[in-house]
Design a protein. Structure first.
Lengths: 226, 187
């Protein structure tokens, strides 16, 4: 063993304070969800919910859509937390696909109905862009909580991890928007809401290596040791 | 890798997670030669220092994310996942770094074309050069022969001529100036 490496090992051992073992991904996802839902409750209390919420909750498609969006967020969170555990089963990454498919599928009947009613030419294209900042506002705290929690793990796949984290936060943000924002034109929902969720997820993925990288992870552990 | 060894490492890491420094030193001491072997096998073209840098990177990474180890799961896959990731990360950094570098391989000081070169390394007519050297005053001729033709050091040449280094330098300078004039006249 070379002298430098031997010295490094002694330094690491000297700074080896007890560490709190990372919980299972689904446990961490539950903690994240608790933080996020609490924040969502505050937002809904501050910004009044849509006036027709009670009647919307009796519509099976609306309930399926929101449940699937929430499930997509939770599944993406579990998958994101799994990606920061070395040698964790990679099949977890596929977990959000099923709820995401159900979410997209729940908008399908509405889209077809609108197409039959208006036709391609007369399809209503106007949409209030208020939904995008509301998705960002509702998803902000869940996104920050997600980043803080992800940084406790190993940055093995920064882009994928961040994209899944972004999907989780934006998926939850979309649920918040649907509770607050009275917009039911499904083709536009598909384009603006799911498009915004996917765009935010892709943006998070592209920025992943800035906040999830070995350099900052190692520095953070050195700072904790001091 | 046997299950016993995996369990052994797992137990040491479990102890290290609770703050047991001795267990941690033992774990890292035992892992280091194995890591070095893995890095050497994966990066055969690297020199020993670079391999050691990578081993240290892996050790720092293990330390930074030791909270992610779950004693219910095998240790070696956890270790290898970090090691492989660090190796891939270092390769990416190398590629990114080399993309911004310009490699210069002993470029000529002057242009290959002779026209921009005002001086030439070799004189084209050796006989004329020999005659010019023979025509130099004795001190200057000795200086050129010893320093330029026999490639003696200034000290050696000064001792051989029974003169000082300073005087020899002056003689060489004058000899070069005289030769230049003589050879230009002959062209």
């Amino acid at each position: 063993m070379t002298r430098d490496t031997e010295q490094l090992i002694r330094q690491l051992a000297n700074s080896a304070h007890p560490v709190r073992r990372l919980a299972q991904p689904y446990v961490r996802a539950a903690i994240w969800l608790a933080i996020s839902v609490s924040y969502l409750a505050v937002i809904v209390a501050a910004i009044p919910a849509r006036h027709d919420l009670s009647s919307k909750l009796s519509e099976p498609l609306f309930v399926i859509e929101q449940t699937a969006a929430l499930a997509t967020g939770i599944a993406a969170a579990i998958a994101a937390f799994a990606t920061v555990i070395p040698a964790h089963n990679r099949k977890w990454i596929l977990l959000p696909l099923l709820p995401l498919a159900i979410w997209l599928g729940s908008l399908g009947p509405g889209c077809l109905q609108e197409l039959n009613h208006f036709g391609w030419q007369a399809l209503p294209l106007d949409h209030s862009l208020w939904c995008v900042p509301i998705i960002v506002l509702v998803g902000a705290v869940p996104a920050v909580a997600m980043v803080v929690m992800l940084r406790r793990g190993a940055p093995l796949t920064p882009q994928l991890t961040a994209a899944l984290g972004g999907l989780a936060a934006a998926g939850l943000g979309n649920v918040g928007v649907r509770i607050i924002h009275p917009e039911d034109v499904t083709v536009m929902l598909l384009f603006w809401h799911i498009g915004a969720v996917m765009a935010l997820s892709a943006f998070a993925g592209s920025m992943g290596h800035h906040f999830l990288n070995w350099g900052s992870t190692v520095r953070a552990s050195e700072n904790t040791a001091r | 890798m046997t299950d016993t060894l995996d369990d052994h490492f797992g137990q040491l890491m479990q102890a290290a997670q609770t703050g047991d420094g001795d267990a941690y030193i033992q774990l890292l001491d035992e892992l280091t030669p194995r890591l070095r072997q893995i890095v050497r096998n994966q990066r055969r073209f690297l020199e020993a220092n670079d391999i050691e840098d990578l081993v240290q990177d892996v050790l720092l990474s293990i330390h930074a994310v030791r909270a992610t180890y779950d004693p219910e799961r095998p240790f070696m896959p956890w270790l290898l996942a970090i090691t492989r990731n660090r190796l891939a990360d270092s390769a990416r950094r190398y590629v990114r770094g080399s993309a911004h570098e310009v490699h210069v391989e002993n470029l000529s000081v002057t242009f290959p074309d002779t026209r921009p070169n005002t001086t030439m390394d070799a004189y084209g007519d050796p006989d004329a050069l020999k005659q010019a050297i023979a025509a130099l005053p004795r001190m200057q001729r000795d200086a050129i022969e010893m320093l330029k033709l026999r490639e003696m050091s200034l000290k050696e040449a000064a001792d051989a001529c029974n003169t000082t280094v300073g005087a020899l330098k002056v003689a060489t300078h004058r000899a070069m100036a005289t030769l230049r004039k003589m050879l230009v006249k002959k062209r």
